[in-house]
Design a protein around this ligand. Structure first.
Ligand code: NAD
Length: 432
């Protein structure tokens, strides 16, 4: 099939590369010329495991190309997939649909022949209906169906998740559109469940899922606070809970709170939609508020560890919102650093992938180290804020010799507590 993907961000690019790898002919469209120029020149614009090799393979095979021209991308396509951003509205915090509507306005006139317009962006419930009306208005002759095709990939595992989706949710009542989406995902059909539902249900599934996961994270963080007071260990508690099939082991890792480009904005958007529809969603409200406080709590722990030291040096390991990505949008690490910077402290930070994107947010307010050891040189405390595997491989002796004070606040429970205590560190994890 011929597919056009609009938006070459964290969703659009892995989706485009993945569909090309399945054998489709894919053209990726972005309005940012610098991104398209970089991609055309063979420079990948974001970090995801295995993305780069697949990208080059498929460009070489002639299945993957890039353009800023809506006409070039859309006119040939059997399916147009919209993957543009839906950030929170600056005032109301609802999902801002302006990029979706701008993309739809631009694409409508270029539709030729029967085309499925699939909305992969996370959109307010009812957007599919509005998009359909908009296309009909802009191009009354167009022969098309609008489908909701929400994306569930996890950043850091985008390529893996593309090829191994838990489910592909498709919101449509059109048999023709259904057949097109089945054809698109045919090579993955045996590996996954394709769930065909109404368009509004598909749009809701995305928000319902993300809000649920955010609540789960908030829940385990509250439980971690409880464990700290009672002498239980959250790692053991989470393990015991996770063995229950009804609960499952995932998203039970106590930490510094959720972040990234999805959970914070999607919970806010869900809450906004609930209010608009006069429905109370107290759990979501509580998790949003609890998550905000969580980052302040973590900053307080770090500051407590350097209490009494004049202009302490704080080493930070991890800036990305999670491991496996360079994405720092709504990163708990960045928020925690923001809290720390209200005080007279010096911060040296290290992240294996996210230095550049963190710099866009934090600028010169922190020093950026090139290695985890450089960051801890003469530090009074080490704060671990992202769960990168490489942090687990530390040489404890070396760490010990480099730090001024042997203190660790491990907001990800990444290090072995006993080993750190045996080496004379004061060690504080979460919930243990
Ligand atoms: P992103 O900001 O990384 O990428 C969006 C891209 O769209 C940008 O490159 C931007 O230049 C481009 N764009 C915007 N308007 C355009 C237009 N009119 N024409 C062409 N290109 C345009 O966003 P993202 O993280 O990839 O998220 C995209 C959508 O997918 C959002 O709705 C998000 O909620 C959803 N989503 C994201 C994830 C994730 O892990 N990032 C997971 C699931 C769903």
């Amino acid at each position: 099939m011929k597919a056009a993907i609009i938006g070459t961000g964290y969703v659009g690019l892995p989706t485009g590369v993945g569909l090309a790898a399945l054998g489709h002919t894919v053209i990726c469209i972005d309005r940012e010329k610098s991104k398209i120029d970089a991609l055309k020149a063979g420079h990948i614009t974001l970090y995801e495991d295995r993305l780069e090799e697949l990208f080059h393979e498929n460009v070489k095979a002639g299945r993957l190309s890039f353009t800023t021209s809506m006409q070039e991308g859309v006119s040939q396509a059997d399916i147009v997939i919209i993957g543009v951003g839906t950030p929170p509205h600056p005032v109301k915090k609802e999902a801002d649909m302006k990029y979706v509507y701008a993309a739809v306005t631009e694409l409508a006139e270029h539709l030729q022949g029967y085309t499925v317009v699939a909305i992969k962006s996370t959109v307010t419930v009812g957007t599919g209906d509005d998009v359909e009306i908009l296309i009909k208005k802009k191009n009354p002759a167009a022969h098309f169906d609008v489908v909701s095709l929400p994306e569930f990939l996890r950043e850091g595992y985008a390529v893996h998740d593309f090829f191994n989706p838990d489910r592909v949710v498709v919101g449509t009542n059109s048999e023709k559109a259904k057949a097109s989406i089945q054809e698109l995902y045919k090579p993955l059909a045996e590996k996954t469940t394709m769930l065909f539902v109404g368009r509004r249900s598909a749009e809701t599934i995305k928000y319902a899922s993300n809000s649920f996961l955010a609540i789960k994270i908030h829940y385990i963080n509250e439980m971690a606070n409880f464990c700290e007071k009672t002498g239980a260990d959250i790692e053991e508690v989470a393990k015991g809970m996770g063995l229950d099939n009804r609960i499952g082991p995932k998203f039970l890792h106590a930490g510094p709170g959720y972040g990234g480009s999805c959970f914070p904005k999607d919970t806010l958007a869900m809450l906004y939609m609930a209010r608009q529809n006069d429905v109370e969603m107290a759990l979501i409200h509580t998790s949003i508020e609890g998550n905000r406080r969580r980052k302040i709590q973590m900053a307080e722990r770090i500051l407590n560890a350097v209490k009494g030291i004049e202009k302490p040096k704080i080493a930070v390991w991890g800036l990305a919102f999670k491991n496996g990505t360079d994405d720092c949008r709504e990163s708990p690490a960045v928020d925690i650093i923001g809290e720390l910077l209200d005080y007279p402290v010096e911060i040296a930070a290290y992240d294996p992938k996210a230095k550049e994107s963190a710099f866009n947010l934090l600028g010169h307010k922190v020093q950026y180290a090139d290695s985890m050891y450089e960051a801890v040189q003469d530090a009074d405390v080490l704060a671990i804020l992202t769960e990168w595997e490489e942090f687990k491989q530390i040489d404890v002796e070396k760490l010990s010799s480099l730090m001024r004070k042997k203190k660790i606040v491990d907001c990800r429970n990444l290090l072995d507590k006993k080993t750190m205590l045996d080496h004379g560190f004061s060690y504080q994890g979460v919930g243990r």
